[in-house]
Write a protein that binds this ligand. Sequence first.
Ligand code: ADP
Ligand code: ZN
Ligand code: ZN
Length: 734
Amino acid sequence: MPEQQILRVAVPAPLHHSFDYLPPADTSTEQLLPGVRVRVPFGRGERCGVLLEVVTAADADGRRLKRALALLDAAPLFSAADLALLCWAARYYQHPIGEVVANALPLRLRKGEPPLPVLQRIWSLTALGARQNPLALGRAARQAELLALLLESGGSLGQEQILQAGGGGRPALQALERKGWITLDERLPAEVRAAPTGHPPPPLNADQQAAVAAVDLACFGSYLLDGVTGSGKTEVYLALVERALAAGRQALVLVPEIGLTPQLIRRFERRLGMGLAVLHSGLAAGERERAWHLARLGQAAVVLGTRSALLTPLPRLGLIVVDEEHDLSFKQQEGFRYSARDLAVIRAQRSGCPVMLGSATPSLESLHNARAGRYRHLRLTQRAGEAQPARLDLLDIRSVRLEAGLSPVLLRMLRETLAAGNQALLFINRRGYAPIVTCHACGWVAQCRRCDARLTLHAASRLLWCHHCGSQRRQESKCPECGDADLRTLGQGTERVEEVLAGYFPEAGIARIDRDTTRRKGSLDRLLDGIRQGKYSLLLGTQMLAKGHHFPDVTLVGILDVDQGLFGADFRAAERMAQLVVQVAGRAGRAEKPGRVLIQTRHPDHPLMQRLVSQGYAACATELLAEREAAAFPPYSYQALLRAEASREGAPREFLEEAAGLAETLAGGRVELWGPVPAPMERRAGRYRAHLLLQADQRADLQRLLCVWVSQLAKLKSARRVRWSIDVDPQEMF
Ligand code: ADP
Ligand code: ZN
Ligand code: ZN
């Protein structure tokens, strides 16, 4: 019986399996390489998928299959190992394989466009061309424009820049080339050309040396690098990257979104003496794709990026580093809800290379893994160089009159700090002016019409904003309920604190760093540069200010309000609070200027706060781990969260009840079900939300249930009336 080749294709669609097609007409077997993109008919349209494998089957089995339309790549974009990792991730996170694979592709490639050329096309004036005068070109205005552009930019320019700048377009390029005035040169972009030498590293201290020596680059191993901010973790990463490169391998370094600053990129480039492929969401699609190809083809030895860079194909991968591994931004919170940190460990294991997770405040998951012997725990105990650790103090604000959340003691300390010519940093977990707008006469509170949430006043724009769904409206001048004009604000966000500080310290330069002041490209870097140059003496901001940056001239840090963290609804709230306090505290101080941290709280006697202040993060984490163990919460158990939402109020619950019933029959008592319950914010963006939590003592039990359960969920009738998603190892409960 004749045999038929069948293509298994990962097609982006909300279905958990791959799709089978016959090979496109007129393709030879040699062209059917797993990892190439395939255009396929799908429903009434067409989609771009990726070939996972080619199987042979009896001819008859293929009869009902459709024929794929075309192969889009001559060479595979993914290796077999890359595809296997993506399939593993799709199974583990219970996400459709087609969407997982699409997630790993740069945007243009996802849409089926041809790969961008990796080499840069550079046009240069020849000796003859350099002697020409644009004005002499008379009526050939486009050629004159191009000639002028090249003369102005010193004789050569990339083709993309020329076309962007006008530059007369392609016809002008061709015309001048024919005249012999310009020539084309194709080369690797400057980013990845090695400079002759890098900057020499500082001599590593004993802790750093021990950490570097502990890592075996020849095989898989997980290492937790635990060291306070400024203890020299980045130097350890750099030393390991250098060693991996010397062995002819590639290195992948992941940092949180906020940590990928131009300073960090420059630091890596200078030390390694070469450019990096930098991958993050702020890049233009073309730049990002080019970096992706350079990595995939092995041209870029080092990839520095955020979460999504984890899935970059790297043929010679020899080291993975995840800095600030506790950071929430490593978990994708929508669509394919993977944890780049956890997948990094899996990827390293499958690639046979080491992975280093670094943090000043390791997650309880990673600490638990270190204790269980799965990760090797490496510690940097001192600050590198001369810096001293900051001193933490609790400031009791019970029955203290606050002004915009600032206590008199904190204000006095701010004044002293500024008088001594130092910088101070204030952390507030909320942007905008005030989180509550209320009517003094009747008690009306400004609420979002689409969410169970209050609106935040943004005074500069006079808008009431919902921070949950993004909807906004003009600030009312009168109470919409009773018509009274006495509308007041309660609480404070960064805008209001800035206003009050400007009143107290009119001479001081104030840098406010939050999402509102950094929306425009480059504005964050400008603010950070200003801080470094001493243009600002008061820094205030949200999380954005708390992470990644080091401000050596800051000697006072004030944390306005930590109390939500102590009693948060989420069992991770206390862990996050402790991490945040230590991270904020870590921004400050150096040898001759040790830092001080004041934490305003209404619960100064809370044992957790006490422990954090007197014994530090490690002791706090030990305590929190004991609590988690007693309550059988992660990392001592494994969770998955089934979320559902719909515009009709009862629909999510009906679906989740049915899903729970199904799970119960499948689970056989090895997986606990909690819920369904309404989400902490039940209505958001006009939709009602609820969830069902699954928890098991063994990861394998949970995985076994999920594999069967999730594929059956789609078939439930009630599933059609909701939007649902599954979140494996959820980090947040909303
Ligand atoms: P971390 O990544 O832990 O925050 P870094 O590696 O950025 O720490 O180091 C903090 C500062 O100390 C940097 O300015 C770095 O150049 C410096 N540093 C790190 N290690 C050493 C060392 N062994 N000797 C001197 N300076 C060092
Ligand atoms: Zn009113
Ligand atoms: Zn809203």
